[in-house]
Design a protein around this ligand. Structure first.
Ligand code: L34
Length: 249
C-alpha cells in the first residue's frame, strides 16, 4: 500500500487548503496518508528530525513538505534531507538533475499536470513555439524542460524580459506561472493559441483567480485552463501518480 506523509509548517490558509485536497485525494484512491502539522515556531533541526524519521519508515513511500516554509527554515536544507526515492515533489537536486537528462523516477507535479492536460487535449508540442512566463524552480524551469522533452521550441520569459508581449504573441502554447492576477491579457495572446494558467492568486475581492484574464482571452484561444478547476487538481493527480510510483521503487 502506498503511503504519503504530508508536512505543513505554520498556518498559511492557502497551504491548508492544498494539503487538505491532497489528503482527500489519497483517501479517494485508497492511499494511506498522514499529516504532520507543525507550529510556525518549529526549528529547522526539529523539521529535519521528522524527515529523517519518515525517511526510515517502510510504510511511508512519499514525503512532501508543503512550501512555502517559514523564513527561519531553509527550504534548500529541507528538500536536500528528503530521501530522493521518497521525493514525490521531485524537488531534490538529484531528481532535478535526473529530469534535466531525461532519465527520472518522478516529474514535478505541477509541470507534469500541465503536460498531461496538453496531451489529453490532443495537442502535440512537437515543433511548436512554447512560451513559459516565469522561471521558478517549482514551475517555470521544469515546465520549460518538459516542453523541450516533448520537442517544443521553448522560450522562458521573466520579469526582466524586454518586449514581453512580442514574445508571448509568438506562442502556440503559452504557460503562465507568474503569480499576478490578470497578468496575461488578450493583446499578449496569439489567435488560436493554447493557454495554460498555473497562477493561484486572490483578486481584490478575495476571489481565487489565475494569472490570465480568462474572460478577455477565452474567445481568442483554441484552448484555455480555468482557475480554479484547471492545473490545481492536475497537480494533485500527478502527486498521486508519484506516490504510487514511489511505493514500487
Ligand atoms: N512541496 N509545495 C510543495 N509541493 C507542491 O506541489 C506545492 N504546490 C504549490 C504550493 N506549494 C507546494 C501545490 O500543491 C501549489 N499547489 C497547489 C495544489 C493544489 C491546488 C492549488 C495549488 C488546488 O487544489 N487548487 C484548486 C483550488 C484550491 C482553492 O480553492 O484554493 C483548483 O481548483 O485550482
Amino acid at each position: 500500500m502506498p503511503g504519503l506523509a504530508v508536512i505543513i509548517v505554520g498556518d498559511d490558509p492557502a497551504s491548508r487548503v492544498y494539503v487538505n485536497n491532497k489528503k482527500k485525494a489519497c483517501a479517494e484512491i485508497g492511499v494511506y496518508s498522514e499529516e504532520h502539522a507543525l507550529p510556525h515556531e518549529t526549528t529547522e533541526e526539529e523539521l529535519l528530525a521528522l524527515i529523517r524519521e519518515l525517511n526510515g519508515r517502510k510504510e511511508i513511500s512519499g514525503i512532501l513538505c508543503q512550501l512555502p516554509l517559514p523564513k527561519h527554515i531553509s527550504e534548500e536544507t529541507i528538500l536536500l534531507a528528503i530521501d530522493p526515492k521518497k521525493d514525490v515533489d521531485a524537488f531534490h537536486p538529484v531528481n532535478v538533475g535526473k529530469i534535466m537528462i531525461g532519465d527520472y523516477d518522478f516529474l514535478p507535479c505541477t509541470p507534469a499536470g500541465v503536460m498531461e492536460l496538453i496531451k489529453e487535449s490532443g495537442i502535440d508540442p512537437k515543433g511548436k513555439e512554447c512560451v513559459v512566463i516565469g522561471r521558478s524552480n517549482i514551475v517555470g524551469k521544469p515546465q520549460a524542460m518538459l516542453l523541450l522533452h516533448a520537442h517544443g521550441t521553448v522560450t522562458i520569459c521573466h520579469s526582466k524580459t524586454e518586449n514581453l508581449k512580442e514574445v508571448t504573441k509568438r506562442a502556440d502554447i503559452l504557460v503562465a506561472a507568474v503569480g499576478k492576477a490578470n497578468f496575461v491579457t488578450a493583446d499578449m495572446v496569439k489567435e488560436g493559441a493554447v493557454v495554460i494558467d498555473v497562477g493561484m492568486n486572490r483578486n481584490a475581492e478575495g476571489k481565487l483567480c489565475g494569472d490570465v484574464d480568462f474572460e478577455g482571452v477565452k474567445d481568442k484561444c483554441a484552448a484555455i485552463t480555468p482557475v480554479p478547476g484547471g492545473v490545481g487538481p492536475m497537480t494533485i493527480a500527478m502527486l498521486m501518480k508519484n506516490t504510487v510510483k514511489a511505493a514500487l521503487l
